[in-house]
Design a protein around this ligand. Structure first.
Ligand SMILES: [Zn+2]
Length: 201
């Protein structure tokens, strides 16, 4: 067993928190970073130090964005602002966005209704969703929460609340997302198909 200097040991311990990085990986990254120029190390240090204060959440959709700014999707003039796609979290937004077929806006719920975990919707961004539908000319809400039990319960709950809006189309992703599957594991082609063939709730 090699004994690394204390600071290298500490660096490896931190790197091991990253997904997919084990002991060997952390060792490789740490040793590689020791070869970096001083400038690059300082830049990384400063970036990490300011990370939390420089990022925020889009006041519209709830996606990660620069602090106190709307996200790039909500600010874009190229997006169809009359369609909202409701997703559970930012990683699901990324999955749909990476499939490169969807041109509307998103709404991040921030979780799912889960009675077993005492989550009945109070902590979710449901009021914000209703507010957006009310204040903007939204003509369709696509519920894209996946197909597990909690996702389905959340979809039913949200669809029920949205039914009060006249002329609003409420849809959900169609076939292709297997029951119990999480949306983030679906590939681009599957999402493309599920979006194109979305069905009215
Ligand atoms: Zn946004």
């Amino acid at each position: 067993m090699i004994n690394y200097p204390d600071s290298v040991e500490k660096l490896m311990k931190i790197l091991k928190n990253l997904p997919g990085v084990g002991k060997r990986g952390a060792e490789r990254y740490a040793l590689s970073m020791l070869k970096w120029d001083e400038d690059k190390l300082i830049e990384l240090g400063e970036l990490l130090q300011n990370l939390n204060s420089e990022i925020g959440y889009c006041p519209e959709c709830g996606a990660l964005s620069n602090a106190n700014e709307r996200c790039a999707i909500c600010s874009s003039t190229a997006r169809d602002k009359t369609i909202l796609c409701v997703v559970e979290d930012f990683s699901q937004l990324c999955t749909i966005e990476n499939s490169d077929v969807y041109r509307g806006l998103y709404h991040i719920l921030g979780g799912k209704i889960s009675p077993l975990d005492d989550e009945f919707g109070e902590n979710l961004r449901i009021a914000e969703l209703l507010e957006r539908v009310k204040n903007y000319e939204v003509r369709e809400v696509i519920i894209a929460l996946g197909a597990d039990v909690e996702a389905r319960a959340s979809a039913i709950y949200i669809a029920d609340l949205l039914k009060d809006f006249p002329n609003l189309k409420i849809t959900q992703l169609s076939q292709g997302i297997p029951a119990g599957a999480n949306l983030i594991y679906a590939d681009g082609a599957t999402i493309n198909l599920a979006l194109k063939n979305r069905i009215e709730v």
